[in-house]
Design a protein around this ligand. Sequence first.
Ligand SMILES: NC(=O)c1ccc[n+]([C@@H]2O[C@H](COP(=O)([O-])OP(=O)(O)OC[C@H]3O[C@@H](n4cnc5c(N)ncnc54)[C@H](OP(=O)(O)O)[C@@H]3O)[C@@H](O)[C@H]2O)c1
Length: 298
Amino acid sequence: MKILIIGARGQLGSDCCNIFCQDNETVGCDVPQIDIADPAAVDHWIGSLRPEAIINCAAFTAVDACETEVGPCWKVNAEGPKNLAIAARKAGSRLIHISTDYVFDGKKPVPQPYSEKDPTNPLSQYGMSKLAGERHIAEEGGNAVILRTAWLYSGYGRNFLKTMLRLSLANPDRPLKVVDDQHGSLTWSYTLALQIRELLHSDMTGIVHATSEGHSTWYGAARYFLQAMQVPHNLVPCTTADYPTPAHRPANSILANDRLDAAGISTFVSWQQDVDTFVDRFRDDLLEEARAALQKQG
Ligand SMILES: NC(=O)c1ccc[n+]([C@@H]2O[C@H](COP(=O)([O-])OP(=O)(O)OC[C@H]3O[C@@H](n4cnc5c(N)ncnc54)[C@H](OP(=O)(O)O)[C@@H]3O)[C@@H](O)[C@H]2O)c1
């Protein structure tokens, strides 16, 4: 199968490239080769390559920066998916587009999860722009999946777990405040990529939720990870009010993988099992990367 992976240098894009290149003709691309906000560039890439499937992992993912860089955020997260949906339909390609838990306001009582049928109500520019991207894809119709995931981490790129590791290594005794009243499902981009492979070969279209099983807070996730890494730390649980950020985030980000479960194609395990495997596989690399970053900082 000829597959185009866009956003190939990012967390999920890197894992998708690694997995799909094993048994497919895989082409990965990212900025500056392709800018999904540029309709002509998208049309040219997809029109000349004519892939059977496109996996769009590209997005403006800096949630807080989206509050000030509103124009670029909407160009990439709302217009980008529209450009891709039009080009995919023209080329007859199956499109898997990645979206987010931040399309919800998180007002459901924890631990009630959000299903694919729940009404959306984003709290941030990031969430609003991603929802607009979803709507463009739905309007275009065609053979498209809008896959909502949450709280991604990976061996590649930057993420919350790596930040916790770096800060704890820098000063294990310094109290590190971590939000303990936002709930979600930490999801390893590698296991998400495996799930996308299943989905690609199914005939499912429309909105699909896809996160690891179980849930925690950011504090719970960081504590579990640092314990698994056997890195000394001094995490202190705090509230969202204690740790204000430019973007509002949902207090409940827990998603139910209802459609994957109903179709019997969910490949997810618990988030703790995934963190254990992640640590087994990447512990030395993660420590080396974090120490190198600290040395560079001086
Ligand atoms: N990370 C999370 O916790 C999370 C949670 C829920 C949903 N998601 C969604 O999951 C998907 C993958 O997330 P991720 O964490 O893997 O993202 P990521 O690591 O930030 O990777 C995104 C990639 O897209 C590239 N990109 C940005 N603008 C582009 C453009 N205009 N054209 C082409 N490529 C562009 C980025 O390049 P530069 O780095 O050079 O900008 C980067 O390589 C995204 O759709 C995101 O919204 C993520």
